[in-house]
Write a protein that binds this ligand. Sequence first.
Ligand SMILES: Cc1cc2nc3c(=O)[nH]c(=O)nc-3n(C[C@H](O)[C@H](O)[C@H](O)COP(=O)(O)OP(=O)(O)OC[C@H]3O[C@@H](n4cnc5c(N)ncnc54)[C@H](O)[C@@H]3O)c2cc1C
Length: 415
Amino acid sequence: MRYDSVIVGGGAAGLAAAAFLGRLAIKQGVARRILLLEKGPRVGKKLLATGNGTCNLTNMYATSHAYHGDIELVKSVLKALTPAETVDFFTAIGVDCTVRADGKVYPCSQQAASVLDALRLEATACGVELRCDSCVVALRPDADGWCVELPEETVVAHQVLLATGGAAAPSLGGGAESYRLLTDRGYEKTPLFPSIVQLRTVTEYVRAMKGIRVDARASIRANGKEWLACTDEVLFTDYGVSGPAVMHISRPVGDWERRKQGKLVLRLDLLPDWEMSRLESRLAERSVLPGRTLEDLFTGLLHKRVGQTMLRAAGVGPLSRAADTLTREEIHHTARTVKGWDLEITGTQGFGGAQVTAGGICPDAFERETLMSRRETGLYVAGEMLDVDGDCGGFNLQFAWSSAYVAARAMAARW
Ligand SMILES: Cc1cc2nc3c(=O)[nH]c(=O)nc-3n(C[C@H](O)[C@H](O)[C@H](O)COP(=O)(O)OP(=O)(O)OC[C@H]3O[C@@H](n4cnc5c(N)ncnc54)[C@H](O)[C@@H]3O)c2cc1C
């Protein structure tokens, strides 16, 4: 059977493209054969995991500043489908949204599953055929379109959209293999590295705090200069650090990891609301409280295990030491450690822990206004497989929706 359009990949971009295309076909009043092929047993597995299962589906402040890679492409696709229009679209298909003060948008249900259900329902109601367990292994042009090759079958289509995602989160369908669908045809790919990812650090002191979450200011530093910083929750783990603050600032570490030039440091300020002088004088007051040893110097100010680890890292003696024997210099040094604890970074948790892939297919080979290949008519791309990645906060899904919209609109115009 010959299809009008085939979409490869049933993730955020592929499903949105299916819904957009289905709606456009109905608007045109002409029956169209549209097929979505997904390699996994179900569509939208990654979508279900977004926002810890709540799906931060966009950000009202999404502008090109929140993105990396081909920024001109980002500007162009965000203009075609803005965050406000995205919210209107989801509302129209049954997902009422709630907008937080920081611009993050979630479904009112707080369930990523409802976003997936709505997209799937909309696509199928518009006549799109969704086929799972169908891994596309190659693409080949034919006289009037494209041959989409599955291991045991070839599907023929007038036009094809690739939305196979990136290398991040292989347990949720990510993987680097599907870039080959394009690189085998001569399309270029920039180096890939993980972003929005947990960081590995020296673990000498970190391990003792495994499982503890603190609100801290985390910054990435190289050669004494701060690259990026974020104040939010940090989670200590047995390999290093995780949590929103760390994920937010992780992108340059992924980039550094593949080149390993120089040394990167994670600096943590564990009392970001406290001035250094206030902390010093408060530690001096606490040190002379009756009967205190170092073991309890921080009790009531920091998580107990964190306080004790800071004293160890500061090297001011055994925890059994009487607190009132601390010198001014030692108090200053301890406060410095709490306000600026440096941990050498050894790497990231890789694509396995990452939410997003930085790098990807070079968009230069595709028209910005349509996302169709400049040299192969009827071949389109959308989503994370392109060399565009966003910061944490709903920006990556917005790029998936907007790029899917651009491709779907152009495909419908060529039917
Ligand atoms: C844990 C986690 C949480 C996240 N939370 C958020 C969030 O809250 N907000 C946000 O904006 N972003 C979030 N992201 C990022 C966001 O999910 C992705 O950027 C987005 O899903 C990318 O959409 P996509 O359609 O390009 O790729 P994907 O959603 O990865 O979909 C690609 C699909 O293509 C399929 N596929 C691959 N190759 C083939 C093939 N050869 N044949 C057939 N099918 C194939 C895959 O199985 C997959 O289903 C999160 C990511 C993760 C991992």
